[in-house]
Design a protein around this ligand. Sequence first.
Ligand SMILES: NC(=O)c1ccc[n+]([C@@H]2O[C@H](COP(=O)([O-])OP(=O)(O)OC[C@H]3O[C@@H](n4cnc5c(N)ncnc54)[C@H](OP(=O)(O)O)[C@@H]3O)[C@@H](O)[C@H]2O)c1
Length: 277
Amino acid sequence: MTSTFTIGGDLEVGRLGYGAMQLPGPGVWGESRDPEGAVAVLRRAVELGVTLIDTADAYGPFTADLLIKEALHPYADGLVIATKVGFTRQGPGQWTPVGRPEYLRQQTELSLRHLGLERIDLMQLHRIDSKVPLADQIGELALLQQEGKIRHIGLSEVSVDELEAAGEFATIVSVQNLYNLTNRSADPLLDHCTANGIGFIPWFPLATGKLAKEGGPLDLAAKEHDASPSQLALAWLLKRSPVVMPIPGTSSVAHLEDNMAAASIELTDAEFAALTA
Ligand SMILES: NC(=O)c1ccc[n+]([C@@H]2O[C@H](COP(=O)([O-])OP(=O)(O)OC[C@H]3O[C@@H](n4cnc5c(N)ncnc54)[C@H](OP(=O)(O)O)[C@@H]3O)[C@@H](O)[C@H]2O)c1
């Protein structure tokens, strides 16, 4: 069983979660190629003890949220669904930030409907929109929080300065940035989060699968551990800081099972240092 982190001081989740971005069609656009398989992956995730599922209105759009509702509603006690608003979609692989308050509100309302929730436990601003004042973007999420529609507010792809600036308008309990063994550009942000007890959700924890591949950079170390490369990549993240909550994405039950087994791998300090180097 994975260790836990308490988001915002009151939402305890297992630190190894699941990310739903692989469930819609290619380019995170349109319907799933295998909707029954997607439902099976989500149900198996919860069976295996996942209590943090990451999604976004933009995944499809709406495809991931509707699959989550179909697979898991009514939700088990303690299951936290973290979602995001603030990205519009123009087609496969295309993402454009829109942070206008009325759009963030509309998408929050749609997320509540699509997920079948009365309140969203963790709402993350998918991207800060540089064309809209930060006070308006965070301010609207704070209003939705006051209205009881959002429990906690998080950010995605931000710098330490942006996190601190957003903190002027609301309490920010988590950030979600690209981070894995082969891309550590968010190290300063992660260190800041660790020092301040802010949750850090690394996206692309498997470098979109490159770290999970046989024959990849973790092959040798994985063989020494009798583990899969993916498990080592996730165990390294879990060891990196107690505020880290990886959300590996997969559309395959076998890969999900492989990934979740990483929770029981504990790297020694020497093993962690060797992988880090
Ligand atoms: N905030 C943001 O801007 C942002 C951006 C991107 C992603 N995210 C979030 O982060 C989550 C994770 O990112 P991600 O899903 O794009 O990338 P990822 O977790 O780094 O890697 C997913 C890829 O790895 C493959 N994979 C997963 N487990 C495997 C295993 N055990 N063995 C072999 N291959 C495996 C998957 O293919 P299969 O489907 O074949 O298993 C998929 O192609 C997303 O689901 C999403 O929730 C957030």
